[in-house]
Design a protein around this ligand. Structure first.
Ligand code: GRG
Length: 296
């Protein structure tokens, strides 16, 4: 990775880690275990792609990202909630995540479920408190909450997960897979980008951020499917081959490895072209290219 881009990415990630660490630092004696479980999953690593996207869209649209680190972390909380819930025995039943035992393997299953639930509520507390404290104005807070809530709900991640569960063991069409992906993975990535624009106040750029996110989100999912076949446990921090084991239709099962990669390249080119509409988009262009060759 280009040195300048790596330095900028590390600077973002350090601030994100510090904010996430603060978010669960206080552990009341009686219910402390749920905060330990939240902290366990939040601080288990991860690329922090979604908060970086939020901060970068804010910056590219003229906002000051440093003012909004806590708000950017709300998207990582929702993402981590979805990973905890996705790993539960009643969902994908995965024992490992981010290189360590899944939350429900490290903590009792009921506590893991509640840790996910708590990580789903906390973002709305953080955003509304930011308005009460004058960090953002109330209208901005309402817009952020609206975008975030929609990305989680039945036309977002939850909807995608339902389609996924109902498709297990069935061959689904490329159209259905695209819809599933747009809800399950795409919606949160889109929320990250759009929330960044909202924070900047430059709302006329929302359609461009959404179009970028749509192309990037699909490319990201295709690479995810490719890595589930070509990656290793060490790279991914979880067992490979889980899609095949659970009889899931993926881009690789429908298109094969080569065509999947070509499709991801095409979508990445689309995403890069949309970034031409933004000022000072070199960092995000480089990051977008890096995501195509990622190994985790
Ligand atoms: C209530 C929020 C909520 C969700 C319930 C379980 C569920 C519904 C949805 C599952 C959503 C899910 C796990 C989608 C997969 C998205 C995906 C490609 C995850 C991997 O993201 P990376 O690579 O992971 O950014 P890291 O670990 O780097 O953060």
């Amino acid at each position: 990775m280009d040195k300048k881009v790596e330095t900028a990415l590390n600077a973002y990630c350090e601030k994100i880690e510090a904010s996430l660490t603060r978010s669960t630092a206080e552990k009341p004696e009686l219910q402390g275990i749920v905060l330990e479980a939240m902290e366990y999953s939040l601080l288990a690593g991860g690329k922090r792609l979604r908060p970086v996207l939020m901060l970068e869209f804010c910056r590219m649209c003229g906002g000051d990202p440093d003012k909004y680190i806590d708000i950017a972390c709300t998207i990582e909380m929702i993402h981590t909630c979805s990973l905890i819930h996705d790993d539960l025995p009643c969902m994908d039943n995965d024992d490992f995540r981010r290189g360590r035992p899944s939350c429900h393997k490290a903590f009792p299953e009921n506590i893991a479920l509640l840790a996910g639930d708590a990580l789903e509520c906390l973002p709305f507390e953080v955003i509304s408190d930011a308005a009460l404290e004058g960090v953002i104005d109330p209208r901005t807070a309402v817009m952020l909450c609206s975008v975030l809530a929609k990305s989680i709900g039945t036309n977002g991640m939850i909807g995608g997960q339902v389609i996924d569960l109902q498709s297990e063991g069935k061959e689904i069409s490329l159209d259905t897979l695209n819809t599933l992906q747009a809800y399950k993975t795409g919606a949160l990535i889109e929320a990250a980008c759009v929330m960044g624009v909202i924070l900047s106040g430059n709302t006329k750029m929302i359609p461009y951020a959404a179009a970028y996110a749509s192309a990037l989100g699909r490319a990201f999912q295709i690479i995810d499917d490719i890595l589930d076949v070509t990656g290793t446990f060490e790279e991914l921090g979880k067992p490979i081959g889980s899609d095949d084991e659970q009889n899931k239709t993926t881009y690789v099962s429908l298109l094969g490895l080569d065509r999947s990669y070509i499709e991801a390249q095409k979508l990445t080119e689309e995403a890069l072209a949309i970034l031409d509409s933004f000022d000072d988009s070199e960092f995000l262009k480089e990051l977008t290219k890096q995501l195509l060759s990622r190994r985790n």
